[in-house]
Write a protein that binds this ligand. Structure first.
Ligand SMILES: *Cc1c(COP(=O)(O)O)cnc(C)c1O
Ligand code: SF4
Length: 329
């Protein structure tokens, strides 16, 4: 347990490859790292997350998600800066309206952790509009579009925002009749579980809208007692909690690993939602798992466990009306 407030834990995250390696007892120079990679996207790992890594294991699946390997320098024409062409879907600064009944709001540029494979590692957050007037513009768009039934607070990580800011956003969204649901996409409950407290739960349940939380967990080792306690605060209030993962080489590309993750999720009332194929973002080629292997893994899962333990295998393709399910028999 951490006695520090979530804000202090957020501020005191590990911020260099050397510190990260020391934390897991590997020695500061055990692994080479990409200078260019950390210039683009600095290292950021909360101690509460690093504590769940196995000591002295350079292949630890949690370390692998956050360590800036030299492989980030590999260039591959298929991997670009904005593979999803998100720039084209902005309807207001930082508001994406790609799918019919829902909008995604980039609520902040800040994340509790920096995941090296993230498709937002090159995201131009400085253009995204976090000012008061930007928020008013977004609200105006949402208010004037009856087809929008759900607002997704994403980021960055929306739970990096102060409770007072979240309260204000919820209050304003709660007043819009055609909004039925507010969804939070966050890694905070996983990486800094102390972010979840009574005050936050009160904020999320502030209005009559349903509040849905989508977590991001890639490996069962991320699930510890503190995280389970945080999630219980939500599920015990009747909130729906889902999980999405990214399929990645050396992290979770085995049937056993995926089944173990799903079982641990369900044990804690978290529903496996999506398993994403990696977005082809430059600097992430070393995590790629091909579609053929991905299909095989899901097929094996289906043959072995209950249907609800098998997440939907999806990939995002620019210009489509939803995430694309990868179908097979
Ligand atoms: C992923 C995403 C959503 C949510 O999609 P679901 O399939 O409903 O989870 C919404 N808007 C954008 C822009 C997205 O990228
Ligand atoms: S928390 Fe989410 S948005 Fe932030 S770096 Fe990780 S994957 Fe990307």
């Amino acid at each position: 347990m951490h006695s520090q407030s979530w804000q202090i834990q957020f501020a005191n995250a590990i911020r260099s490859p050397a510190h990260l390696l020391e934390h897991v007892e590997l020695g500061a120079e055990a692994l080479g790292y990409s200078e260019n990679g950390i210039k683009q996207f600095p290292v950021r790992v909360p101690v509460a997350f690093a504590d769940r890594m196995q000591r002295q294991n350079p292949n630890d699946p949690l370390l692998r998600q956050v360590f800036p390997y030299l492989d980030e320098d590999i260039e591959d024409g298929r991997f670009t800066h904005d593979p999803l062409n998100e720039a084209a879907s902005h309807v207001a600064p930082g508001l994406l309206h790609k799918y019919e009944d829902r909008v995604l709001n980039i609520s902040t540029g800040a994340c509790a952790i920096h995941c090296r494979y993230c498709f937002r590692r090159h995201f131009p957050y400085q253009d995204s509009g976090f000012s008061h007037s930007d928020w008013q513009e977004k609200l105006g768009y949402i208010k004037s579009n009856n087809a929008i039934h759900e607002v997704i607070l994403s980021g960055g990580d929306p739970l990096s925002l102060a409770d007072s800011k979240l309260q204000e956003m919820f209050d304003q969204l709660n007043q819009i009749n055609h909004i039925k649901r507010i969804r939070i996409h966050s890694r905070f409950p996983v990486v800094i579980p102390d972010r979840i407290n009574k005050e936050l739960i009160k904020t999320l349940n502030r209005g009559k809208k349903e509040c849905i939380v989508v977590l991001h967990i890639n490996h069962a080792n991320e699930i510890n007692d503190a995280m389970i306690k945080a999630i219980k605060q939500m599920t015990s209030q009747g909130m729906l909690v889902f999980n999405q993962s990214v399929l990645m080489k050396g992290i979770n590309n085995s049937t056993e690993t995926l089944i173990k993750l799903s079982e641990k999720l369900i044990e804690n009332q978290i529903v496996p939602y999506y398993l994403h194929l990696l977005d082809p973002v430059s600097g992430t080629t070393h995590y790629e798992v091909g579609e053929t292997e991905a299909k095989k893994l899901i097929k094996e899962m289906k043959n072995r466990v209950s249907g609800y333990l098998v997440p939907k295998l999806v990939r995002e393709i620019h210009g489509q009306k939803s995430k694309i399910s990868i179908n097979f028999r």
